[in-house]
Design a protein around this ligand. Sequence first.
Ligand SMILES: Nc1ncnc2c1ncn2[C@@H]1O[C@H](COP(=O)(O)OP(=O)(O)OP(=O)(O)O)[C@@H](O)[C@H]1O
Ligand SMILES: [Mg+2]
Length: 464
Amino acid sequence: MENNIRSLRSYLMQRLLISLYLLWIISTVVGYFATINYANQPYDLVLLQRANEVAAELKLGTGHEQLDVVPALPDGSDLGMPDRVLYTVTDSEGRKLAGNGNTLRPLSYRRERKGPLFSNGEREGQKTRMVSLTFPSRNGVLQLHVSETTQQRQALIRGILANIVIPELLLTLIALAVVWYGLKEGLRPLEELRHEVANRRRDDLSQLDGGKAPAEVRPLIDAVNNLLERLKQVMAAQQRFVADAAHQLRTPFAGLKTQSELALRTDAPERKQHALEHIHTSTQHGIRLVNQLLALARNEPGGQSTDSFTVLDLNQLAQECTVEWVQMALEKNIDLGYEGTSAAQSVQGDPNSLIEMLNNLIDNAVRYTPVDGHITVGVKAAAQGTELSVEDNGPGIEPQHRERVFERFYRILGTGQSGSGLGLSIVAEVAKRHGAKLKLDVGRDGIGTRISILFPVRPSSIIN
Ligand SMILES: Nc1ncnc2c1ncn2[C@@H]1O[C@H](COP(=O)(O)OP(=O)(O)OP(=O)(O)O)[C@@H](O)[C@H]1O
Ligand SMILES: [Mg+2]
């Protein structure tokens, strides 16, 4: 894994190294040609002057040439003047007429050419620079080629280049060192932060101190801190939930223990029977609570995904669920009705979760609505989807409780009913998992409770 992680420092250094290296090469090449150009200019002038002196000595261009005169030219033996100078006089065809060496005619040298021509060449392994001049003569033209070795020029070029290249190289190295050090120092707070996180206790969710970190990573640290804060809240909620669940489970178990002890101690059959009935009720409470806890776990975010979702007919599902409750409603002489649609109402969802949701809603309605009440379960097509509602004309839920009844284990005291406060939180989780909008209102004519769930039309809007 370590190999895949790219170090910011080495990445930047690599980039910088390549670009500085390229820059150095380019400036060296450009500097080299510029230097040659500037170094040649004064030497070329001297060479031309010398060629003119030779021409004067040989009287070229006067019509009275004296080609047998041998002008005195440096032969390279003088330490102050290490370059050797040679000259040749040729006719227009390039045939040598006089001279102290064989200086080849430059290829591009044309007949009747006006003005001097400078050219580069090589003789006996040494670089040479030559100037060629044309003079009129009786038999046409004469050409004078004066060539010199380039040791002095090259020494000058080397000197200038050394003064460009070496400081540039030093500058490059200094720049690299400064950047390397800057990066090391700049990233140190991050390294410290990494160290701090790595050495944390498993349960330490306190905020990271990004005070010294570079501004660029502040948003990341803030985001991590935000996440830590939320994680802390979630963990606290989980802890509270476990404590509440254990507390709730203790009641039916305690009842079981007391009643079974009572049954064991007594010989009277009717007392045994009575105790057994209590045991039965406690067991039912226990089972219901455990089932509710399981339902909550199933519908929690991060629990089951939408894999179990199918396209189902909400109208039919709600109707079937309602029928199951008719008997219970009758026992309290409650009129439990169903208002559906004639057409099927397709909804994407998990049928088991939706049944759990409906059961909890109808259970509440039947439980909290007094004798002779009315309950209506309904499914209808709405503008933004399909609406499922359970409405009763019971005592209603006071506005101050409306937000909180969807919290886990939240109950309104004084209803005289037993329960653990999980029903509506299951409803809320199921709605959330289906991307549905949950609403708690008063019932018809401002009496009772109406809870509605609006399922979205498009399955794509389902939230996990
Ligand atoms: N239809 C309703 N009419 C009046 N009050 C209601 C209705 N439904 C819920 N409530 C109130 O909201 C509270 C929370 O309901 P919820 O279903 O979450 O828990 P519960 O019914 O008390 O227990 P459980 O459903 O876990 O057995 C209830 O205690 C009750 O006071
Ligand atoms: Mg309930």
